[in-house]
Design a binder for this molecule. Structure first.
Ligand code: ATP
Ligand code: XMP
Ligand code: GLN
Ligand code: MG
Length: 534
């Protein structure tokens, strides 16, 4: 099946990650240039690579190149004969391998710098990297080491006041290094530099578009599933699983079975709404399996967030397995094969996170994870979105004619409202949290702010406070409103909600939701807080 992998269908640039916090951005910028690329840890052995990249980018790194445990690249990258671009630490790594000299900056350079472009009429290939930048360009620097001497054969193509070797290139080996970071928007012509590298230097075709992806992916799914194979998919109504489901439906029609598990902690009216939207607008026959009693029964008495998450994750698996078996029975006479495949909406950030060369990071939260389904099920995975970022998924959704309402939906976690009710999850608490959340989102939409906010929800706190309503003392619970802005959900800023909107929301929640007499607004960023309260 390897001939169907995406990196064999598109010209692919390989980005080797040395742990910089900007490595994902390099990936984003290259894709924005219309070129497909993949991020792998810098420890990737070239002999184990399943494809030949058209070019390689070495990222920056928080390490000092002189550190004992500093990460290093497989020297075989230099034997592949493809263009290489080193960024910051990546440049230093090139120098280390090619015999240059690296030294410690007298003054750590952090922030903006003026790059002066140096042209070489007699060496036209190296001029390509900074082509179109004019004589000078503002770049962004973040380093404490720099080159004291470039390796043999490298010429300076750009300098700043503090860095003599701000950009270097090798005319015949096609190896380049830059001390600045082209991937951050503070480098004004950064996107142009990366475009120059992947297109004009590596010669990649700029055909990575979501339109071409659709055709290739549908073909790929058909080849994998075969003419009679059947597929089940866990579909939540979230944008990822909806887009994945639409692709699958377009590829194999009614041999795809979408299942939404009602775990009793979905948003108000959510299951029915999702079912109707998916059926009426996308032609996907989604089956809602009501397992709310099972989930709520198992959650009874549980206060610990991690326990809640695990119970919900495991129960999902159980319900899902049972359902797949039922579908097999039901379709036994259809002439279709048995269900062999499980559709997942895994995105590239999930994949990237699990490949870091530093190994897995500390567990902050156990994300309910469909991946867990696999241990017990013999189903093989199909993950059409595995190579995509969330904004690419949204673009894909639009091309697949999925409504804006679905495409721009705020993400909703699998464990749902259970991790937004602090303390014990009971049907009564679910009802309060749901009602408050519904009003909150409705008012955000009324105010025209839904798209500006990346994710918003109401959390129900387990504490009571004193209030006065109709001259009576009340002693009731607190709703905490959360709204964040983020692109990647790894970091997030709290959203500056206009006061008049807050006022309306607070009024409505206190008046309309029984059991709540106080509303507060969460002004914490991630980090150090997280988006969900549990
Ligand atoms: N209630 C549910 N029923 C069936 N599958 C679910 C349910 N909740 C989550 N899933 C599965 O878990 C996967 C991961 O959930 P996740 O919330 O990350 O993605 P999503 O719901 O598709 O999109 P979004 O991130 O926008 O909410 C989903 O793609 C879906 O396959
Ligand atoms: O499908 C999911 N299953 C989970 O278990 C889960 N936990 C958190 N989230 C979502 O992940 C993003 C980051 O959330 P945190 O800042 O709370 O970790 C936010 O978008 C959260 O809603 C989940 N999604
Ligand atoms: N941003 C970077 O890649 C920094 C590389 C290295 N840590 C230095 O300080 O020079
Ligand atoms: Mg979701």
């Amino acid at each position: 099946m390897t001939e169907l992998e995406v990196h064999l269908l598109y010209d692919t640039v390989l980005i080797l990650d040395f742990g910089s916090q900007y490595s994902h951005l390099i990936t984003r910028r290259v894709r924005e240039a219309g070129v497909y690329c993949e991020l792998l840890p810098c420890t990737q052995k070239i002999d184990d690579l399943h494809f030949k990249p058209k070019g390689i980018i070495l990222s920056g790194s928080p390490y000092s190149i002189f550190d004992d445990g500093a990460p290093h690249v497989d020297p075989k990258v230099f034997d592949l004969g493809v263009p290489i671009l080193g960024i910051c630490y990546g440049l230093q790594e090139i120098a280390r391998n090619k015999g240059g000299q690296i030294g410690i900056c007298e003054k750590r350079e952090y922030g903006h710098a003026q790059l002066r472009v140096i042209k070489h009429a007699e060496h036209p290939f190296i001029d390509r990297l900074l082509d179109g930048l004019g004589d000078e360009s503002v770049v962004w620097m973040s380093h404490g080491h720099h080159l004291d001497k470039a390796p043999e054969g490298f010429r300076v193509i750009g300098e700043t006041d503090a860095s003599t070797y701000a950009a270097v290139g090798h005319e015949t080996d096609h190896i380049f290094g830059i001390q600045f970071h082209p991937e951050v928007t503070h480098s004004v012509d950064g996107a142009r530099v990366l475009h120059n590298f992947v297109v004009d230097i590596c010669g990649c075709e700029t055909n990575w578009t979501m339109a071409s992806f659709i055709d290739k992916e549908i073909e790929r799914i058909r080849a994998i599933v075969g003419p009679s194979g059947q597929v089940v998919g866990a579909v939540s109504g979230g944008v990822d699983s909806t887009v994945a489901a639409k692709l699958m439906k377009d590829a194999i029609g009614d041999r795809f079975h979408a299942i939404l598990v009602d775990n009793g902690v979905m948003r108000l009216n959510e299951c029915q709404a999702v079912k109707e939207i998916l059926r009426n607008r996308l032609g996907i026959n989604l089956e809602v399996v009501d397992a709310s009693d099972l989930f709520l029964g198992r959650l009874a008495g549980i206060k610990n967030p991690e326990k809640k998450r695990k119970i919900i994750g495991n129960t999902f698996i159980e319900v899902f397995e049972k359902q797949a078996a039922l579908i097999d029975e039901r379709t036994a006479a259809s002439g279709h094969g048995k269900i062999d495949f499980l559709l997942q909406g895994t995105l590239y950030p999930d994949v990237i996170e699990s490949i870091s060369f530093k190994g897995p990071s500390a567990t902050i939260k156990t994300h309910h994870n469909v991946g867990g389904l696999l241990d017990d099920m013999k189903l093989k995975l199909i993950e059409p979105l595995r190579e995509l970022f969330k904004d690419e998924v949204r673009a894909l959704g639009k091309l697949l004619n999925i409504d804006d309402e679905l495409v721009w939906r705020h993400p909703f976690p699998g464990p749902g409202i259970a991790i937004r009710i602090l303390g014990e999850v009971t049907p009564a608490q679910v009802a309060i949290a749901r009602a408050a959340d519904y009003i909150y989102i409705e008012e955000i939409k009324n105010a025209g702010l839904y798209r500006q906010i990346s994710q918003a929800y109401a959390a129900l706190l387990p504490i009571r406070s004193v209030g006065v309503m109709g001259d009576q003392r009340t002693y009731e619970q607190v709703i905490a409103l959360r709204a964040v802005e983020t692109t990647d959900f790894m970091t997030a800023d709290w959203f500056p909600m206009p006061y008049n909107v807050l006022k309306r929301i607070s009024n409505r929640i206190i008046n309309e939701v029984k059991g709540v007499n106080r509303v507060v607004y969460d002004v914490s960023s991630k980090p150090p807080s997280t988006i969900e309260w549990e």
